[in-house]
Design a protein. Structure first.
Lengths: 125, 145
């Protein structure tokens, strides 16, 4: 269900009840500077979390294709060498545009390492 | 391509040193640079696909390349390495990358203050006049200013 890029980063749906909760294991191939996750890997994971959340919301609302318009990522804390979690929340699903937010954290969901806002174009079937 | 003005910071050399991390996983490499800009290249790879139906690259690798290109542009303009962290990065996805084509990402640093650097950039897949992404962002120096 997740695309090849997610597999390359080791991103998978976390075990449990929430199919929109993603995990990414610690790996040296995800680091930017020594000891810290690359901002691009964190951003890529946030986008993946947003897409998963949007696909679920869209499936319950008639379905359709999604095209990314833009993303804004805020980096709040350095990501360390430990598992990362991310979840997307669809703020608004309209006829043509969806607004989605995603948050990434490591130890504590209340202490995010990064958050993103995304706009997607919806192409209804 | 050589820089017009030599900088004490060599982004080509620095890019080679960093191939072991996330840039290495994505096979990102140096392409060219100038006094305040650095261009990197991302070869098309099937394991970077974000949409299997169309074969279009995921946006994550492009975001990673632009984060790196703009980061290198800061040090190139500064003429030295100085530790910093990405504060925010915004990307507008102007069009999908063409499957099979190498994507080039040029990051430019247009302002450096005591603690913040301001960057912008564009990505294209062969024709700079037909960009596929536009970015704007900021970095914050993490050492004591």
């Amino acid at each position: 269900m997740l695309p090849p890029y997610a597999d390359l980063l080791g991103i998978a749906v976390a075990e449990g009840d929430d199919p929109t909760l993603l995990t990414m294991p610690s790996a040296t191939s995800l680091l930017g500077r020594p000891g810290y996750l690359h901002g691009g890997a964190i951003g890529g994971m946030l986008e993946m979390a947003a897409i998963v959340a949007l696909q679920y919301a869209l499936a319950e609302d008639g379905g359709g294709q999604i095209k990314p318009i833009n993303v804004t990522v805020d980096y709040m804390r350095g990501g360390r060498e430990k598992p990362t979690f991310a979840r997307g929340v669809v703020t608004r699903l309209g006829g043509r545009v969806a607004n989605v937010e995603a948050t990434a954290w490591q130890d504590d969901p209340a202490k995010p390492i990064a958050a993103a806002r995304m706009n997607y174009l919806i192409v209804r079937g | 391509m050589a820089a017009d003005t030599p900088s004490a910071f060599d982004p080509q050399r620095f890019s080679r040193l960093g191939v072991g991390g996330h840039g290495g996983l994505l096979k990102l490499s140096y392409h060219s640079h100038g006094p305040d800009w650095v261009e990197l290249q991302l070869p098309y790879q099937t394991d970077l696909i974000g949409d299997p139906a169309s074969g279009v690259l995921a946006s994550g690798p492009i975001l990673t390349m632009m984060d790196m290109a703009t980061s290198l542009a800061v040090w190139t303009k500064l003429g030295a390495f100085r530790p910093h962290a990405t504060l925010d990065l915004r990307i507008d996805y102007l069009r999908p990358a063409t499957p099979g084509k190498t994507v080039y990402g040029r990051g430019e640093c247009y302002r450096i203050t005591r603690s913040i650097s301001f960057v912008r950039g564009q990505a294209h897949d062969g024709d700079p006049a037909d960009p596929l992404a536009h970015v704007a962002g900021t970095f914050m120096f993490t050492d004591a200013a």
